[in-house]
Design a protein around this ligand. Sequence first.
Ligand code: KIV
Ligand code: NA
Length: 279
Amino acid sequence: RKKITLATLRSLYKKDERITMMTAHDFPSASVADHAGMDIILVGDSLAMVALGMEDTSEVLMDEMILHCKSVARATRSAFTVGDLPMGSYEISPEQALASAIRMVKEGRVQSIKLEGGKEMAPTVAKITTAGIPVLGHIGLTPQRQNALGGFRVQGKSSDGAMKVLEDALALQQAGCFAIVIEAVPEEIARIITQKLNIPTIGIGAGAGCSGQVLVQTDMVGNFPPGRYLPKFVKKYGDVWGETLKAIEAYRDDVKSGQYPAAEHTYPALKDQIEAFAK
Ligand code: KIV
Ligand code: NA
């Protein structure tokens, strides 16, 4: 497959072909998403929870995001890559945000960045795009602001709320975002917003009317321990945790019983060598 660029994404959007996006946080998760033909791979700050075991995304640091961006970039041949700017790295000023975006591209080796927020972030988006770094917006439920939003709740349910999501989308488009993630917004609202924009929307918990979809890979492949709460919008396509558990249990049993390693996993020595050595 050819390398996906902004021009490719633009032409998918023009053709009305849905854009596929998936998170990845390391070399294997990026390599499998790339092989599966994802158009966009996002190094989401969700890695704080799904890969680093943190309580929420507010804890992950810029240096940690960069380390993971690098490993994803090394595995990605075709997909367009996006790095999530973590909380604290972009809210203070457009200058701070541009400095962080440059670090993520130069050190993290991703092709673009994502940041959370609506029209209040428009000057920041403009600043970053003017420097030649593409920006993906993120509106609706913005997890970095969960304390202010009162938790993980559907956004844009009231008509005021829906109007705010629309205004945010229009302001981000105007500021130069190449696409906008819309999270946890009723399907009809996200569909109308998508129709009113001339850049793609990427939905997560925003229904089928968006120009594309994104999911957190660990959630959709089922690579998490039992008891993890999954939002309503996640479809679990696999059971990677369960498969891995079975494999490791089988290994444990084989080692305990002496069945592993078998002859085919073992290096033979030469016969005369053994005889000389055993004396
Ligand atoms: O961090 C993340 O994984 C995200 C996606 C869910 C959009 O922001
Ligand atoms: Na994120």
